[in-house]
Structure formats: C-alpha cells, structure tokens
Design a protein around this ligand. Structure first.
Ligand SMILES: Nc1ncnc2c1ncn2[C@@H]1O[C@H](COP(=O)(O)OP(=O)(O)O)[C@@H](O)[C@H]1O
Ligand SMILES: [Mg+2]
Length: 258
C-alpha cells in the first residue's frame, strides 16, 4: 500500500469511529500508535463517555504515547501503550515474578494489556496509600486514562526542570513517598527519578507501570536503585542521607547491598 492510500484509510477509520485527534497528523505516530486494536479501544472509551475530546500529544516515550484529553470539561491524560513497538523483553522483567500477574500469557498483546492494567492498579494502590499520583480512571486493553496533573493543558514540569525553592523539604517529602509506598501500598516504584516526578503545588509520582509488589524477587534491588537516583539528584542541592541509610530506614533491613 502506498503512503497516500494508507493515509486515506487511516482518516477513514478515525472518522468512522467518530474520533478526532488534534496533532496526531504525522503518519509515523498514526501507524505506530493507532492500530486497529487501539482504535477500537478508543472508540469504546469515547462511546462510554470516558473521553469527550482527544487533544495534543504530550509525550512519546519508549513504550507509550501520552495525549491530553478532556472529559466533562476536566483535563485527562490518555496513555496509550504501543502494541507494535513497546519493549517486550524489558517489560517481561517487571511482570514475571509479580504474583498478581502470574497467569499472563506470554504473547506481546496480552503482556501489554496486563501491563496497562498493572499501571492502573499500581496507581490506585499508591493513591489509596495517600501518595500524590494521577487518579487512575479506567483502562481498556492498551489504554489508561487518568486525571491530568498540570495546569492550563500543560503538565507540571518534571522535577528535573522545576524551580525548587526549598530542596531539603522536597527531598524529605519524596523519601517519605518511598517509605509510604513501601509500607502502606507495599510497592516499589522501580523507575523513580527526576523524570518520573512532576512538580507543581507538591511533587507527584507518575509512570508506575513497572512498579512491583514487595514479594517480587528484585523488589529490594529496585528500591535501592530508586533511592540512589533520588539521592544523586538532590546531592548537590541539599544535604542528603546515605543510600544505605535510607534503605535501612525504609526496610528495617540491616544489609550492605541488596
Ligand atoms: N497524569 C498525567 N498528567 C500530566 N502529564 C502526564 C501524566 N502522565 C504522564 N504525563 C506526561 O507524559 C510524560 C510521559 O508519561 P510517563 O507515564 O512517564 O510515560 P513513559 O513511560 O513514556 O515515561 C510524563 O513525563 C509527563 O510529562
Ligand atoms: Mg516516564
């Protein structure tokens, strides 16, 4: 099929489904993200009134694209895991070993659907524990819809680019999140860094697809990595505790390196 024909078919599919997508005009994005399975899931979500409008693209990551959206006048974030181009092998590491997903079948599509559901339930657990994270609203196949963390259609900046007037308070706050996540939600974020924290009125943790329960064989290793990332980021901004010190305070385990 030549490019022109492909484009025509895509427009037809979207129109037929009654979905208008602002900014999704690059053929590459369209092809990688909006395959047939995704379009059907989107259609269902629009039909069930979880989405009133799909807006511009916020982010193109390694596994997923995030779009701004509107539901009943309020902002939402629509995260779409790419079925064709997500990294299947990396994802497997975080899902194999998690008891909640022990019977996931081993093909690409099922893994990605399970992953989407995993992010939904991780966000829900974190939120129940009182940690500021986007509120997960619904998931369907490879699409997760959550509340929008930002202002005027713009996400809050990543911690990396944020102006932080009192770094020590923010540091203590984030260490507190790690501790609460561990004890109340029984989760380790497992990809915590200045890129997965948005900073607005306070720090928000995002991106929890890879987060694991404490019984995951590598949970402590992931925890140590999270702690090291946060310490590294704050080390030249304020006084930080030692990596081992934080690890010990959180887990109560007296060990050198997990
Ligand atoms: N709920 C949200 N509200 C506002 N912006 C968001 C939200 N979720 C994600 N984003 C934006 O999209 C980017 C990518 O989302 P993320 O969940 O980190 O996916 P990835 O796995 O691609 O890193 C984030 O860095 C953030 O800028
Ligand atoms: Mg991220």
């Amino acid at each position: 099929m030549n490019i022109e024909r492909k484009e025509e078919r895509f427009d037809y599919d979207l129109e037929r489904l009654g979905i208008r997508i602002r900014d999704a005009d690059q053929l590459k994005v369209r092809e990688d993200v909006f395959d047939e399975v995704t379009l059907l899931a989107l259609y269902k979500l629009v039909h069930k009134k979880w989405i009133s409008e799909i807006g511009g693209s916020i982010s193109t990551g390694k596994e997923a694209n995030v779009f701004y959206g509107i539901r009943d006048g309020a902002g939402i974030a629509i995260k779409i895991y790419r079925i064709r181009t997500a990294n299947f092998n990396t994802m497997s590491t975080y899902i194999v070993g998690d008891r909640r997903f022990s019977n996931v079948r081993k093909n690409r599509k099922d893994l990605i659907f399970a992953w989407t559901k995993k992010e939904y339930s991780n966000l829900a657990r974190a939120r129940d524990a009182g940690i500021p994270v986007p509120e997960p609203l619904v998931w369907d196949r490879n699409i997760l819809i959550m509340s929008f963390v930002g202002k005027d259609e713009r996400p809050y900046p990543h911690l990396r680019n944020a102006e932080i007037s009192d770094p020590e308070t923010v540091y203590e706050c984030i260490i507190g999140y790690i501790d609460t996540l561990y004890h109340m939600a029984e989760l380790v974020h497992a990809d915590l860094s200045e890129f997965n924290i948005l900073y607005g009125d306070k720090p928000y943790l995002i991106d929890m697809g890879q987060s694991v329960t404490l019984d995951h064989p590598r949970a402590l290793q992931f925890l140590m990595r999270d702690i090291k990332n946060i310490n590294r980021f704050f080390a030249h901004r304020c006084k930080v505790q030692s990596d081992i010190g934080v690890f010990h305070a959180v887990t109560g385990l007296d060990t050198r390196e997990p």
